[in-house]
Design a protein around this ligand. Structure first.
Ligand SMILES: Nc1ncnc2c1ncn2[C@@H]1O[C@H](COP(=O)(O)OP(=O)(O)OP(=O)(O)O)[C@@H](O)[C@H]1O
Ligand SMILES: [Mg+2]
Length: 251
């Protein structure tokens, strides 16, 4: 058996998205229906980086939020093969979603959710501390990642509320990457970074893939996408429509 055949046979499917649909009803705005996702299908294997690709407003962030359990899909399934067995996030109860986030899925949102008075170091170390890693190891790893992302040490003991967009994004990236998980979701992680820090993020993503992480990401610049993506999933734009009364009643 050739090495490439061996690799294929041992590569695990980690995420299976099947016929995923999501629409939003704007009840306060005349019952407008926004069709954000329409019959999305793709799989992600361990070590792959799938890039979601499509025009602004097409539904890329909506899909990522559905993968993280933030948005409940209208129909379809998202099977995650986590160490405890397969789970359909599209139908999972809040306790199961919480377990998956604790053990299996990391998510770097587009913008950092700043918690007042919590320092940068505490914010970055928190996912490891929460996973039971001892404090010294967690803070050492946080400091190492912040250094790698060129965040000046003078900022580490400050809460990031007053940081620039790029500084906040680097804190968010450090927090998302600090705890190795089987799945990593990235929403435009390099959008407000300079070339030097974009390069660091590309390396972090490549290292995660080399460690068998399944990555799903949205990358606003072609260069980053070309460097990290092993495949592309096109998300097409849909149009909102006004629902008739009967449709509204059943929505
Ligand atoms: N919570 C929500 N309620 C209502 N509509 C929403 C909600 N979240 C997203 N949408 C709508 O769904 C559509 C897709 O939004 P989404 O943020 O997923 O787009 P995107 O592809 O990530 O765009 P961008 O590239 O600009 O970030 C948009 O029309 C948006 O207005
Ligand atoms: Mg988006």
């Amino acid at each position: 058996m050739s090495p490439s055949t061996q690799t294929t046979q041992t590569t695990q499917t980690v995420i299976e998205v099947r016929d995923l649909c999501k629409y939003f009803i704007l009840h306060q705005q005349g019952g407008i229906r926004i069709d954000a996702l329409d019959a999305i299908n793709f799989t992600v294997k361990a070590g792959e980086c799938v890039a979601l690709y499509g025009p602004s407003g097409a539904g890329k962030s909506t899909l990522l939020k559905a993968l993280y359990g933030n948005y409940l899909p209208t129909s379809g399934s998202i099977i995650v093969h986590c160490p405890r067995g397969p789970v359909d996030i599209a139908k999972a109860d809040p306790r199961t979603v919480s377990m998956l986030r604790r053990t299996c899925i990391s998510y770097v949102s587009q913008f950092l959710r700043v918690i007042p008075r919590v320092s940068t170091l505490d914010l970055v170390a928190e996912p490891l501390l929460y996973a039971g890693v001892r404090a010294k190891t967690a803070y050492d790893r946080a400091a190492k990642l912040l250094s790698r992302l060129n965040l000046p040490p003078r900022l580490w003991n400050l809460a990031p509320a007053t940081f620039s967009g790029g500084e906040q994004q680097r804190v968010n990236i450090a927090r998302g990457f600090i705890r190795p998980t089987p799945i990593l979701l990235l929403d435009e992680p390099t959008a407000s970074l300079d070339a030097m820090n974009r390069k660091v993020v590309v390396e972090l993503i490549q290292e995660a893939c080399a460690n068998n992480c399944a990555v799903v990401g949205i990358f606003h610049d072609d260069d980053t996408r070309n460097k990290v993506a092993t495949s592309l999933v096109h998300i097409n734009e849909h149009h909102s429509k006004e629902l008739c009364d009967a449709e509204l009643m059943s929505a």
